[in-house]
Ligand binder design. Structure first.
Ligand code: SR1
Ligand code: MG
Length: 399
């Protein structure tokens, strides 16, 4: 299908399945996505608009890398479930077309993507608490501890996401450590540092193997699967999480850890880059990690006794033990996220933009060091203070 045909089909779908617009000739359609996988279109007429997310049978901008469109059905499913669980902390879905692999959804015009806001050093006081609530509601409430185990298994079966899991297994847990595809990217002067501390670090590699195995086998919660700052819309009042195409039933620490890892990367880059530091911003980034961890623990402790319904899993000794497991997994997956974004092929904007910075070597080394500590010492990362100490120890104030 060429672009014109695709645009045409999308406009017809929107007219048929929603009542936002009446005349096709008055509509405009524009591609507004910048992700790696799908195509995002804004369909508008005057001030009225909506978003259509199209999942092609090939990965974005490729005509050879096939990618199952099941991801679109899963995204539709999870957006509905997350909306229920969080009282609308995700964009509204208006229609899903399995024939066209399109999801028609709310245009979040009053929000900006958190990553873009963070590029401009904007801060959001509510972020830590709100994301902790989102994480508790979508993750803890979809475990066997809280959800009816039969219902959970049915949901799990709907979320088997083969192709997307293969991408994460390869890009997060394999390639950064083995570099078999020779696509890893980092500063040339850090070659021997990466060889000594990552490629030939058998202690680290064993722990990452365990974490990969856990990622593949621990069908614990309905996870988002790619929860970085580019998957969150935000404004001064609230946030909405989007883009759950990597979702499946996996360890909940993966989502929590992705948010923490994403924030630690931003913190380290902004502290160490060779430019004037915006203290208001770096303090907010660090404070948000602290608030997230504190709030998650607080929400868990306040609600779990009432929420835990499954016999033998609803006693305090177990739920206390369970929380320590969640926190330890979260630290470890924050670490794997940091290492893969630093040396792996899929970068994030924070790191892309400082590739020529005079301090890039130090930035990369620091991210690898913190990521490694998070993985190796995960069992000790059980409160907000442990994150504060880790950052204070590794990020010196002098540049
Ligand atoms: C081929 S997809 C590369 C990366 O982009 C997505 O946002 C995920 O983080 C994935 O690992
Ligand atoms: Mg994405």
């Amino acid at each position: 299908m060429n672009t014109e045909e695709l645009h045409n089909n999308i406009l017809e779908l929107v007219l048929k399945e929603t009542d936002f617009f009446t005349e096709k000739d008055d509509l405009s359609i524009k591609e507004v996505g910048d992700g790696n996988v799908n195509y995002i279109f804004r369909v508008s007429e005057g001030n009225e608009s909506l978003i259509v997310k199209f999942a092609d049978s090939f990965i974005r901008n490729s005509t050879t890398r096939a990618l199952s469109t099941v991801r679109s059905a899963i995204e539709n499913e999870i957006l509905k479930k997350q909306a229920e669980l969080t009282d609308g902390m995700v964009p509204k879905v208006y229609h899903y077309s399995p024939e066209m692999n399109c999801i028609i959804m709310e245009d979040m015009k009053d929000y900006q993507v958190l990553r873009e806001a963070m590029m401009n050093k904007e801060t959001f006081a509510h972020f830590g608490k709100d994301i902790a609530q989102f994480l508790y509601n979508t993750l803890v409430k979809t475990t066997d501890v809280v959800m009816d185990p039969e219902e959970k298994k049915e949901l799990l079966a709907k979320l088997v996401n083969l192709d997307m899991c293969e991408i994460s297994e390869r890009l997060v847990f394999t390639e950064p450590y083995l570099n078999t595809q020779k696509l890893n990217k980092f500063h040339a002067n850090n070659q021997s540092f990466v060889e000594d501390n990552v490629y030939n670090n058998e202690t680290l590699k064993l722990e990452v193997s365990k974490l990969k195995n856990r990622f593949m086998n621990k069908s614990e919660s309905m996870i988002h699967g790619d929860l970085h700052a580019g998957s969150i819309f935000i404004n001064d009042k609230s946030l909405k999480v989007f883009d759950p195409e990597f979702s499946f039933y996996g360890p909940m620490g993966y989502d929590i850890g992705n948010v923490i890892g994403s924030f630690i990367i931003t913190y380290v880059v902004n502290k160490l880059e060779n430019s004037d530091e915006d203290l208001n911003f770096t303090n907010w980034v660090k404070g948000s990690i602290k608030t997230l961890v504190e709030s998650f623990i607080e929400i868990y402790e306040k609600n779990i006794e009432n929420d835990a319904q499954t016999k033998m899993l609803n006693n305090k000794a177990f739920t206390d033990f369970y929380l320590t497991q969640i926190l330890s997994d979260s630290a470890a997956y924050a670490g794997t996220e940091m290492i893969r974004r630093t040396i792996g092929v899929a970068k994030v904007w924070d790191l892309e933009r400082v590739q020529d910075d005079k301090n890039i070597e130090l930035i990369e080394k620091t991210l690898i060091k913190i990521g490694t500590e998070l993985i190796l010492n995960r069992d000790k990362m059980l409160n907000a203070k442990s994150y504060e100490e880790l950052l204070n120890k590794n990020v010196k104030e002098d540049k």
